[in-house]
Design a protein around this ligand. Structure first.
Ligand code: 4NP
Length: 185
């Protein structure tokens, strides 16, 4: 029997910094919990500036420091993504508006959530700050945020979509230290 996969799509502006970082973090935790069979996971940008490019080198470096290997080619959001994904997660309000403007129905709109609605450390779902023009510290901060959100988002999906989990997850730590296992996306 084939399983109907749950589609999860992370969206930022350029699809080279924040959304590939979020995609990598989410794939990492899904793999750790051995739930890959249930998910189809991707990221994209609302802009077309970097189509076909690999993630930003600072994004890749910071993710690698957490044991996450980013493998992604930038692509632009398309209205067709509403058919392919169940959870569409823009990282900020500007990208949220851009996606909502492309929704064809209330059903489409109901799939769109600001990523930081799933950040357990804040209320009001603030924007994930754009690190593109800043130094490596900004990229570390972004990775901290998206990693927290990834854990809470997965917990939310497991609960609301009635996914059967057979093993208890390891407690998550949000340290910036390297881990000695690898993940790829
Ligand atoms: P992202 O960051 O939306 O997190 O991928 C950006 C990447 C590129 C640009 C802006 C933001 N840009 O202007 O090229």
């Amino acid at each position: 029997m084939s399983i109907q996969k749950i589609g999860v799509l992370f969206v930022c502006l350029g699809n080279i910094c924040r959304s590939p970082a979020a995609e990598g973090a989410f794939k990492h935790i899904v793999r750790e919990r051995e739930l890959e069979q249930f998910f189809h996971i991707d990221s994209c940008g609302t802009a077309n500036y970097h189509i076909g490019e690999e993630p930003n080198e600072k994004t890749v470096k910071v993710a690698a420091g957490r044991g996450i290997v980013l493998k992604h080619k930038c692509r632009q959001f398309s209205a067709r993504d509403f058919q392919r994904f169940d959870f569409i997660l823009p990282v900020d309000r500007s990208n949220y508006r851009s996606i909502i403007n492309q929704a064809a129905s209330e059903e489409d709109k109901a799939k769109v959530f600001l990523l930081r609605e799933f950040d357990p450390t804040v209320s009001g779902a603030p924007d994930v700050p754009d690190p593109y023009y800043g130094d490596i510290g900004g990229f570390e901060h972004v990775q901290d945020i998206v990693s927290r959100c990834a854990v809470s988002l997965l917990d939310h999906i497991i609960k609301t979509r009635n996914i059967q989990v057979f093993s208890e997850p390891e407690p998550e730590e949000y340290s910036t230290e390297s881990e000695d296992f690898e993940d790829d996306i």
